[in-house]
Design a protein around this ligand. Sequence first.
Ligand SMILES: CC(C)(COP(=O)(O)OP(=O)(O)OC[C@H]1O[C@@H](n2cnc3c(N)ncnc32)[C@H](O)[C@@H]1OP(=O)(O)O)[C@@H](O)C(=O)NCCC(=O)NCCS
Length: 301
Amino acid sequence: MESGQEGQQLQLRNLTDQDLIASEHFWTEELGFDMARNHMRRWHLVDPEGFFGIFLGDTLIATGAAVKQTSELFFIGSIGVRESHRGKGLCRQIINRLFERCPEGTFALFAVPECIQMYRKLGFEIVDNGTAYVYGGRAATLPSDNIKSAFRFEVVDSNKPELVRRLIEYDARLHGFERPIGTTLIDDDDGSTVVCSMEGSIVGFVRIASSKRDGGAFIGPLYADYSEVAYLLLEDILVRNRAQAEISVSIFVSSRGGFLAEKLKLELRDDYPKCCTNPDRIPTMEVDKIFAFDSTDFAIC
Ligand SMILES: CC(C)(COP(=O)(O)OP(=O)(O)OC[C@H]1O[C@@H](n2cnc3c(N)ncnc32)[C@H](O)[C@@H]1OP(=O)(O)O)[C@@H](O)C(=O)NCCC(=O)NCCS
């Protein structure tokens, strides 16, 4: 790879778990994006071979990851280059490296609006109905503590293997393929996941994690059979984690989930369209049941 400043060599290589602190620091401090506390670690555990960085000497100056979802489907996240090194083809080099893992594969991502033209140049197309609406801030309205409901709400953890099994099945049905949610949602020591059941069947679930920036609430994914259940799940998890919710709430809602953010009176900050390299090969999801995405990085929903 070409030389950087002061003759130091630029090196593109896989990111190990020791590199994750530098990578999280690069994203939150240098590029200014917030993320859930263990977000990068959770997805790195799923697919460590998918994470790359460019180093100038020992300093990380660019990152990119494509996490394997199925044998031919990858979800890209963390595409970023230090400001002083932009416009020199580093992003293109990382994306090409990600594609090398599976040249015939489908690669998807949520694009920040300023990058859509760039992703088009790199072979991506916008997917209809896939936009993530980024909401956040101090919630002006939080639910009261005495919610009454005919549904059953239960925190799920690895001590409830039968519930975890049913949750994985439910998630896979709505999502179009099975995800490693044991690693990404259940075994994470930060945050918790609540399942809603009716007459013994799961009808929705939601996850809360904490923001790296201020310890506030990161909500998502939120999947539910009905919008009423989606709202009750949101209420339930906010009431259980009120101290965190009072700091701030962040949520990436689908076109279906905007009412959830509006009920809390959160601020709409951005919209990130889903883009992908082979849109006709994306698995079919029950999009009307997907109210909030896990994140806009690494997870396809
Ligand atoms: C987006 C970003 C990663 C681009 O990195 P970069 O190293 O400057 O990009 P490259 O030099 O490899 O550019 C690749 C191609 O895209 C084009 N391009 C880059 N940024 C572009 C933009 N904002 N709009 C249109 N085209 C753009 C380049 O001209 C180049 O095309 P070419 O090879 O035909 O000349 C960088 O600007 C960045 O880190 N932004 C902040 C973080 C961010 O928003 N990440 C995206 C999350 S989805």
